[in-house]
Design a protein around this ligand. Sequence first.
Ligand code: ZN
Length: 87
Amino acid sequence: MMKQNPIMRLCISCRKTYDRKDLLKITKDNKQGIVFQKGMGRSAYICKKKNCYSDSKIKKKLQKALKTSFEQEFIEIFEKEIASHNV
Ligand SMILES: [Zn+2]
């Protein structure tokens, strides 16, 4: 039986690598703007450890990783998205 190797990505907060499907992907899509778990363009990943997604510096790190600056509106969407992934 063939076992598929997981695609590993770096969490921008703790700088550890995880299986991509266990991470929250944030993409600066060329057409749609900032999207979660989809889109094409510059992307960053955050793992689901509370220390990472609730880090007070996470938004700064994300903005740096995506080379963009977030509107207040995005920050609210981000917080909702993070809360919905909180398992
Ligand atoms: Zn992490």
